[in-house]
Design a protein around this ligand. Structure first.
Ligand SMILES: Cc1ncc(COP(=O)(O)O)c(C=O)c1O
Length: 367
């Protein structure tokens, strides 16, 4: 962005803000496309959401509860945590932005890992803070590298576990190790957008009970399949929650979003079923794709990252798959130009995608 043509100028640090580029969602001229570019759960939401959506849509004339009371209490009940230490947001994106807005100012530093979620950098830049990107080890976060990057200016460290777009994760022991090494005036934000996909993993909630400088973010956009409704939440110390609440807009989450999220979190069987379904499809697809000679890390989330020979090969495969109606995610903006990320679809979609890739490698050089 250069100087605006009108005689009004934005804050100086907004001049060079990059745009968030989301995954493509349509292919021009093609109707029946399969969108595998946004880590969505294509199985759709739980039954109660489907059954009750129409009823609650009739009540959209009412403003939502600005206190998010019912949803916070339901989350508290399911996760056995204090509802007063929970904040709800328009997706976890809003919580990430709020954290930067409330706790960083010009020249503060925000650390995130090399292939971390783009919103960390963008949210830091939007507050005038300096984004600090830390090298990973084979596409996995490195506690040592994070610690080395800490300076007196560091305010927040963002870490997605599992990480998007790599799908890799670090153990709870490593997170605890990191917490024991960082000064208590630095906030560690553990982004758990995909933590429900990991068996027996609480996304760092129990550690947040122990460490006041750990903040956990979660979303209803992934396993709960409510991405279109924009609901996320965060859990941390009461002091942090109070600051965030004083800054957020009062009606930040829609009434339908709040209600559907409440119905979703109550359905714990839905979550375990989706987790298992995803695991089975993901492992089967990964094994078959490894059989084609593709390189793919172990993923703990609802997507796989294909590592190809070159950026050119990634682009060619992307175009080939588009012709077959599949939209994957190019991840050059995550520093991975030779890779393509794909969401785990249902069994039929996984099989069709495998067959399409097998056809490609039948006709072209192996990886
Ligand atoms: C790691 C990570 N964190 C946060 C989000 C934001 O999700 P939402 O704003 O839909 O809650 C995403 C979305 O893709 C993500 O991949």
């Amino acid at each position: 962005m250069k100087n605006l043509k009108i005689n009004i100028q934005p804050l100086s640090h907004f001049y060079n803000m990059p745009l968030y580029e989301s995954g493509e969602s349509a292919i021009r001229g093609q109707e029946n496309v399969v969108k595998l570019s946004a880590n969505e759960n294509m199985n759709g939401p739980c039954d109660e959401v489907l059954n009750q959506f129409a009823y609650y849509s009739k009540k959209t004339f009412e403003y939502p509860d600005s206190n998010h009371f019912a949803l916070r209490h339901k989350i508290g009940e399911v996760h056995n945590i204090d509802p007063n230490r929970i904040i709800c947001g328009a997706g976890s994106d809003e919580i990430i932005q709020l954290l930067c807005r409330c706790f960083c100012e010009q020249n503060d530093e925000v650390i995130y890992t090399e292939h971390g979620f783009l919103m960390y950098k963008l949210s830091a830049l939007a507050t005038g803070a300096k984004p600090v990107e830390v090298k990973e080890n084979n596409r996995t976060a490195s506690i040592e590298n994070i610690c080395t990057a800490i300076t007196a200016q560091t305010k927040i460290i963002f870490l997605a576990n599992p990480n998007n777009p790599t799908g890799t994760m670090i153990s709870e022991d490593e997170i605890e190790k990191l917490l024991s090494k960082i000064p208590s005036n630095i906030l560690l934000v553990l982004d758990g957008a995909y933590s429900e996909y990991v068996d027996s993993f609480d996304g760092g909630i129990s550690l947040a009970n122990k460490f006041g400088n750990l903040f956990v973010t979660r979303t209803f956009s992934k396993i709960y399949a409510l991405g279109g409704l924009r609901v996320g939440w965060g859990y941390g110390s009461r002091d942090i929650i109070d600051v965030l609440n004083s800054v957020r807009s009062p009606f930040n989450v829609s009434s339908v979003g709040l209600k559907m999220a409440e119905l979703s979190i109550a359905d714990v069987k839905f979550v375990s079923h989706q987790r298992e379904f995803n695991r089975v499809n993901r492992e089967e697809l990964r094994n078959k794709l490894l059989g084609l000679g593709l390189k793919i890390d172990q993923s703990f989330a609802n997507f796989l990252l294909l590592r190809l020979l070159s950026e050119e090969q990634a682009n060619t495969i992307d175009s080939f798959l588009k012709k077959k109606g599949f939209i994957l995610r190019k991840v050059g903006s995550y520093g991975l130009p030779k890779c393509l990320r794909l969401s785990i679809g249902n069994t039929e979609v996984c099989e069709k995608l495998y067959l399409a890739l097998a056809e490609y490698f039948d006709q072209n050089d192996r990886v």
